[in-house]
Design a protein around this ligand. Structure first.
Ligand code: ATP
Length: 618
């Protein structure tokens, strides 16, 4: 038997060209759909996926209708002398259409695996969407893309129904292996059909093996990107971007940094979400502003609105007299043009780039030598020279944090936003980085917003404070004022005041009855009709040997809780507590004091200093 091997070559040729076409079309379509948030998203996705679920014979029939001699497209092609039906081109089109959904879907899934913080971070560093796609999304999803391409090839190789409908079975021209199998079997040439089956199965197995091998061979693409990404690839990108990008701005070249005598950020925005509403007014100047609030109070959302990662529903954002956002005027500067450095809670370091390249990511608009100088400057400032050639996964938490800070500072932004920058560090590292931050803040001349839910951190690092609660600013001012005289119950709670009692004014403007503590108190602050609570910080409770004429009461110990250096005592005034939750006050003392008082007989005497008592509204 002399076998005609043309089906093998035709199959390989057809599948290769179809894979190539589906590869680029799939990536482009996935890229578009990844960013597309508009209406009809599901419908478009459904249409792109349809050939995967329709029987190929139906796809072939539809293609026949589309390219048929009497269809509008068929007539146009005929006019140009192009014939699709019963030609090799037809076989390629049929294979491409049937295999494309695999490439598109696999690539889209790979894109969706890319951490959105990496994308957002790249935006804050001045990258255009195209550059983000090229330098962040593509390199981080290449494994999925390669798998998609191999599956696409396998699908194209096995394509039968649509190809037969559109291209027919012309030996040496359009007859592929699956078609050859079909016709050999139909003509009773079983050995020939079996041979083709064996060849097809062998190729399919090789494809599966290459997927497995590809997914285990890590790093070559990453290394390629890391080595060439910043130079050759990005140069190539710069060359092609005008042709394919709607937005040509690269880095901050379009907005040269200006020198402002006064650093000022003024924010007055509202953001309405389905289950949350944010309404924030804040002003930050030369000194770091701390934004403090419980989890879910809207701290990150506030920063994201300022950076341009979220669009407020309405309001204005001004930075050094530049309008970043103004709903009334329809101004909404893109994130990349805001000149705002953002340090993300999880650092968002680009995992496929070494430290030096991470830091230099926002500097690609500069000359090479300038870039290097700037990167070296920030490597030195944050003591990262030794790890400049390391990948993020090779760094400790503290080093990652410093890289994130260096990267944000390297673009020399007008404002630096830090979203809980210390939350992922252990307490030793936290205190080290905190000191480093304080140093960096002293030298940095822009506006600084420092978000945290840790009171002590905010107090040490920042000067003025803004306190958020359930999307609203409930206090702002100097940290001393806020701590000494929290204006209301919620601010006192958020600033970690532990002892509260409802109050009732009696006598003059400084005498109250503390209803929940069942005692009368003299207080220094004036009592207003709006005053509803009296409070006392746990470390302000004083222990006496003898009672004083005012504000001192007998008390009994209910329970004790211990930390390495401090003790919290839960105290019941006037009588013995009946159970472990039956107490009036929490007192925090150092261990030395505890050793001094613990053997004293009950009742002990506590003194609630009028100067330390806080009077606040509800
Ligand atoms: N894209 C979104 N769509 C709908 N709601 C959102 C979205 N992003 C955030 N929220 C909601 O907005 C509220 C504030 O979130 P935000 O992340 O600003 O809180 P936070 O104060 O930073 O909290 P944490 O300290 O836990 O990070 C939350 O209730 C959250 O569920």
């Amino acid at each position: 038997m002399l076998l005609d091997f043309s089906p093998l070559w035709i199959s390989l040729k057809t599948a290769s060209v179809a894979t190539l076409l589906a590869f680029f079309a799939g990536i482009i379509l996935a890229g578009i759909m990844f960013n597309y948030q508009g209406k009809g998203q599901n419908i478009i996705d459904g249409i792109l996926t349809l050939p995967l679920v329709l029987p190929p014979i139906v796809v072939g029939f539809l293609l026949l209708l589309l390219f048929g001699r009497y269809s509008p497209l068929g007539k146009v092609l005929q006019h140009w002398g192009i014939s699709i039906i019963f030609s090799w081109k037809g076989a390629v089109i049929a294979s491409t259409v049937v295999a494309l959904p695999l490439m598109y879907k696999t690539t889209l899934a790979a894109f969706e695996q890319v951490n959105v913080d990496w994308v957002n971070c790249a935006r804050t560093l001045g990258a255009t969407e195209l550059r983000i796609f090229w330098q962040i999304i593509l390199p981080l999803s290449w494994r999925g893309i390669v798998s998609g391409a191999i599956l696409t090839f396998a699908r194209a190789l096995g394509e039968f129904g649509a190809t037969l409908m559109l291209a027919g079975s012309i030996p040496g021209k359009t007859q592929t292996m699956p078609i050859a199998i079909y016709f050999a079997a139909e003509a009773g040439k079983m050995p020939e059909a079996l041979l083709w089956v064996v060849i097809l199965v062998a190729i399919a197995l090789a494809v599966i093996a290459s997927i497995n091998y590809g997914s285990k061979t890590q790093g070559w693409f990453d290394r390629l990107c890391d080595r060439w990404g910043a130079s050759t690839l990005s140069r190539w990108f710069v060359i092609i971007s005008p042709w394919i990008s709607l937005n040509r701005s690269v880095g901050f070249t379009s907005v040269t940094p200006l020198q402002f005598s006064r650093q000022e950020l003024i924010v007055d925005v509202q953001k309405r979400l389905p289950h949350f509403s944010l309404r924030v007014q804040l002003k930050a100047g030369d000194r770091p502003l701390g934004i403090l609030g419980a989890s879910g109070s809207g701290k990150s959302m506030t920063l994201r609105c300022i950076a341009g990662l979220e669009t407020p529903s309405e309001g204005t954002i001004l930075l050094n007299s530049r309008i970043l956002f103004d709903s009334a005027q329809g101004i909404n500067l893109p994130c990349r043009d805001r000149r705002i450095g953002f340090v993300f809670q999880n650092y968002a370091l680009f995992p496929h780039m070494r430290v030096a390249r991470n830091i230099g990511f926002g500097l690609q608009h500069l000359e090479k030598t300038e870039q290097r100088k700037q990167v070296d400057k920030y490597l030195e400032l944050l003591q990262l020279q030794e790890v400049a050639q390391h990948y993020p996964h090779q760094l400790s938490g503290g080093q990652q944090q410093r890289v994130a800070l260096a990267r944000a500072l390297a673009i020399e932004p007008d404002a630096l936003l830090l979203d809980e920058p210390l939350s992922a560090l252990d307490s030793y590292l936290r205190s080290q980085i905190e000191q480093l931050l304080a140093k960096v803040f002293t030298n940095y001349k822009g506006v600084i917003l420092f978000v945290t839910h840790k009171l002590e951190e905010a107090y040490r690092v920042c000067e003025p404070l803004t306190i958020l609660d359930r999307g609203e600013v409930i206090a702002s001012g100097s940290k001393q004022d806020i701590f000494q005289q929290p204006p209301n119950f919620r601010v006192a709670q958020l600033t970690e005041c532990k002892n509260f009692s409802r109050l009732q004014r009696i006598g003059d403007r400084h005498q109250i009855k503390a209803i929940d503590w069942d005692c009368q108190l003299t207080v220094k602050p004036v009592i207003y009709p709006s005053s509803a609570y009296v409070g006392l910080r746990a470390h302000h409770v004083q222990f006496l040997l003898e009672p004083k004429p005012i504000n001192s009461f007998p008390c009994w110990l209910v329970k004790v809780s211990e930390t390495p250096h401090r003790i919290t005592l839960y105290l019941k005034l006037h009588s013995v507590g009946q159970h472990e939750d039956d107490y009036h006050l929490q007192a925090e003392i150092f261990k030395e004091k505890w050793h001094e008082i613990q053997e004293r007989p009950f009742p002990w005497y506590v003194y609630l200093d009028p100067l330390k008592l806080i009077v606040m509204s509800a």
